[in-house]
Design a protein around this ligand. Structure first.
Ligand code: NOJ
Length: 535
């Protein structure tokens, strides 16, 4: 009863949809998606049922890292449109009852940002200490052994001023010095600029990187490093990331958000679950949603997934709201990781777990990673470590709208080639097909939004084995649902120990299962998952 009286906020009740703006919809034929293009597709998003849109960066940028290298935090890149286009988009999103989340990149700027141009101009420039400048080590090399995520040393020598600067990513992305109060104020002002416009929240890029060990201690070697791994993983980044002081910064960001009604912050954090939990902050005054990337990272095996869902649920602080992610612009797409059939099971999992789901654009139509010939690779991570298959381009290809030229994405030459299967895998072809991935996503989202038990109700594990996992959703006084998923390709059976647990299949990866009664023994085909409305 008590649970039903709780008031949940939009970011707890909703479904987030990530758009990679370069690849969503081009409106002017330059082959690159833009804000007016997204505006044209809002009806689709509303039809799909998602309630919040997160846009990857749209700000002015030299595009060394496709917008994650920002040269002006308060503008719009002309490729994407202008501030008027932005205002129109925000207005229309709000008119549809949806929310807009922007990407905030506080850890680093572009090397073309005026702050950095000033900072590197001389050692006594007033912005010198806005970045991390240090003298060479005793041997004339970098100040310590910290590595760049994108390959090579994290330190770049600056000839003019005779010091090194630190960059956790590209050398074109110098890290800001968050120990400097002027930097803190500047970035909090950036937040206010967008919040004043009415933006509903931020996805904060690499939140766990924002502050580093003041003593610049060397990172220790990673004993589990294997040659196929990225060169960055040779060391454990214990001194360059996840420092205790980061939580003071997050609190300051949170205070800004809390001075506006119902605004929120997602933190991008790749850390083990226990460390991740600390990002909810003391008394829940940290990130509202520290991104939970377990479904992106774990082997797709029932025992592993079931155990980690339970561990995550168990470790959540009282005030912590869960969240789940199946794909993003940095990771291989789910369909390519687990196959088309199992991707349907994954969709059912994502949209029935307790906590806010994030859907990556295109996953709802089963888009796959598109092989990009080496000569066409654009992603710096792929180009810098060419022998490791680390390019993120395959998961960033244009959205597939229809079977026409360039899948309806552009009338020009798309910035990345389209998937060969777009004639089949596209929104138009799947809209009225009862067996399509799109129909499955739309029905799952609709059911989740209609049923309080699925939207915000309690989670309780029921069963798991080598193939199957099963759990209950619903709090006292609510209609309850049993969810059973076969995470393998082979048929599976299990016995419901509780004789009172009986019901009817409400929604299934194979729609012909729907309406069947369930009780006693449950059998599932390979790659099958069901949602049972319990009697
Ligand atoms: C994380 C972003 O998701 C990724 O795309 C980017 O390259 C790095 N942060 C650097 O900003």
């Amino acid at each position: 009863m008590e649970d039903q009286q709780k008031k949940y906020l939009w970011w707890q009740e909703g479904v987030v949809y990530q758009i990679y703006p370069r690849s969503y919809q081009d409106s002017n034929g330059d082959g690159i998606g833009d804000l007016p293009g997204i505006l044209q597709r809002l009806d689709y998003l509303q039809w799909l049922g998602v309630t919040a849109v997160w846009l990857s960066p749209i700000y002015p940028s030299p595009m060394a890292d496709f917008g994650y290298d920002i040269s002006d935090y308060q503008g719009i890149h002309p490729l994407f449109g202008n501030l008027d286009d932005f205002d129109a988009l925000l207005r229309e999103i709000h008119n549809r009852g949806m929310k807009l989340i922007l990407d905030l990149v506080p850890n680093h700027t572009s090397d073309q940002h005026p702050w950095f141009l000033e900072s590197r101009s001389s050692r006594d420039n007033s912005k010198r200490h806005w970045y991390l400048w240090h003298d060479a080590g005793p041997d004339g090399g970098p100040p310590n052994n910290w590595l760049s995520v994108f390959g090579g040393s994290g330190w770049e020598w600056d000839e003019t001023t005779g010091q090194y600067y630190y960059h956790a990513f590209l050398k074109e992305q110098p890290d800001l010095n968050w120990r400097n109060p002027e930097v803190q104020k500047a970035m909090l002002d950036v937040m206010r600029f967008w919040l004043d416009k009415g933006v509903d929240g931020f996805r904060v890029d690499v939140m766990w990187h924002m502050i580093k060990d003041d003593g610049l201690r060397d990172n220790p070697p990673n004993p589990d490093y294997l040659p196929h791994m990225s060169t960055y993983e040779q060391l454990l980044p214990v001194y360059s990331t996840d420092q205790p002081e980061v939580h003071d910064l997050i609190l300051k960001m949170r205070e800004v958000l809390d001075s506006y009604p119902e605004r929120m912050m997602i933190g991008e954090i790749y850390l083990p679950i226990r460390q991740l939990m600390t990002y909810y902050g003391v008394d829940g005054r940290g990130a509202h949603l520290p991104f939970n990337f377990q479904l992106l990272q774990l082997p797709w095996e029932a025992p592993r997934i079931a155990a980690s869902v339970d561990q995550y649920e168990g470790l959540l602080p009282d005030h912590g709201w869960p969240n789940w992610v199946l794909g993003n612009h940095d990771q291989p797409r789910i369909t390519s990781r687990v196959g088309c059939e199992q991707a349907r099971v994954a969709a059912l999992l994502l949209l029935t777990l307790r906590g806010t789901p994030t859907v990556y654009y295109g996953d709802e139509i089963g888009m796959r990673d598109v092989p990009i010939p080496f000569a066409e690779v654009q992603d710096p991570q792929g180009l810098n470590m060419p022998d490791k298959n680390l390019s993120r381009d395959p998961a960033r290809t244009p959205m597939q709208w229809d079977a026409g030229p360039n899948a309806g994405f552009t009338t020009g030459k798309p910035w990345l080639r389209l998937g060969a299967g777009f004639a089949r895998e596209n929104v138009k072809a799947q809209t009225d097909d009862p067996y399509s991935m799109l129909t499955l996503y739309r029905r799952l989202i609709t059911l989740r939004q209609q049923e309080p038990a699925l939207m915000t109700g309690a989670y309780a594990p029921v069963y798991s084995d080598q193939q199957v996992m099963a759990y209950l959703r619903g709090s006292e006084g609510q209609q309850r649902f049993l969810i059973v998923l076969n995470l393998s390709h082979r048929p599976a059976y299990f016995n419901l120990k509780d004789p009172d647990m009986q019901g009817t299949v409400e929604l299934a990866t194979a729609p012909e299962r729907e309406g069947m009664t369930v009780g006693g023994a449950v059998s599932l085909a390979g790659d099958e998952a069901i949602i049972v409305r319990l009697n």
